[in-house]
Ligand binder design. Structure first.
Ligand code: AMP
Length: 291
């Protein structure tokens, strides 16, 4: 695996690979890689000849008071994980390489970014959409892999790639979870031992919501209340939101049915966790972590 830090070098290397007819897979990340990221890289390696993983903690997607300055990093560990999962190129640009001047261009997808995560973090998705569009412009024609763990982000990126006719096939991949159900996240590193023990409550709440719908409850507010009660029983956890929404429009549904998706976010101390799940008996689309 080759590590590159400049846009020029990455473009030159990919151009040479494409001349040799290589297909390109691309996995954008913010680093501090875990089994969830690795699952995307493995999938990209299975589908493509060359695999680019980017590591860039994008300042544009952090709001004031969020964890930009404390976001965990582990450059050596990341390089080892990316290589062992099958990445052939690791793109790790410094901020000055990505943003040599103040960025005054913004890509936004307001129809999908006003609810849930977008309501709680108003500038977040424009920052994500802008950096991902820029990364797609740098990497060029490719298949790009994103986790369902960040389902709203996946929906936004799918839509922007389609609306702007970007030469990118966006592929969603299942959420990798710890054995107690907690979705793996770089931010789990912030959790104290006590908070970590409580963290699976979010997954449990969403599962209760799915069970309600499977049992025939169709009223939105009843399902939301059942999920809220699960979180309310854990004094350490502060609920941000739980929602029942359409998986394409991301809008809340009035009438719940098997085609909806359940979403939630909560805080444990200084850590904000998110998760989502479909309405199915056993969520067999999800994958257990290897460690
Ligand atoms: P991040 O480094 O948090 O920006 O995530 C980079 C990519 O990894 C995004 O597409 C995420 O959705 C994906 N990802 C993060 N956590 C998981 C997980 N537990 N399972 C699957 N994909 C994940």
């Amino acid at each position: 695996m080759r590590i590159v830090t400049t846009i020029r070098e990455l473009r030159d290397l990919l151009e040479a690979q494409r001349r040799a007819d290589a297909t390109v897979g691309f996995v954008p990340t913010m680093g501090y890689l875990h089994d969830g990221h690795e699952s995307l890289i493995r999938r990209a390696a299975k589908d493509n000849d060359a695999v680019v993983t980017s590591i860039f903690v994008n300042p544009l997607q952090f709001g004031a008071g969020e964890d930009l300055s404390s976001y965990p990093t582990d450059p050596e560990g990341d390089a080892a994980r990316a290589a062992s999962a099958g990445a052939t190129l690791l793109f790790a640009p410094p901020v000055a390489e990505m943003y040599p001047q103040t960025v005054v261009t913004e890509v936004s997808v307001p129809a999908l970014a006003g609810v849930m995560e977008g309501a709680s973090r108003p500038t977040h998705f424009a920052g994500v959409a802008t950096v991902v569009t820029k990364l797609f412009a740098i990497v060029g024609s490719c298949r790009s892999y994103f986790g369902e763990k960040d389902f709203q982000q996946l929906a936004i990126i799918r839509r922007l790639a389609a609306d702007l006719s970007l030469p990118v096939e966006v592929i969603g991949c299942p959420t990798v979870r710890a054995h107690d159900g907690l979705a793996l996240s770089s931010r789990n590193a912030y959790l104290s031992t006590e908070e970590r023990a409580v963290a699976p409550v979010l997954r449990r709440a969403l599962t209760v919501g799915a069970e309600q719908i499977l049992a025939g409850v169709t009223d939105h507010d009843r399902v939301v209340e059942a999920m809220e009660e699960v979180v309310a029983a854990e004094p350490l956890a502060t609920l941000d939101y739980v929602e029942v929404a359409d998986p394409t429009s991301l809008q809340p549904v009035e009438t719940c049915h098997h085609g909806v998706r359940l979403f939630g976010a909560l805080r444990l101390g200084r850590t904000r966790l998110i998760d989502n799940r479909p309405v199915v008996e056993a969520d067999d689309m999800d994958v257990p972590a290897r460690d």
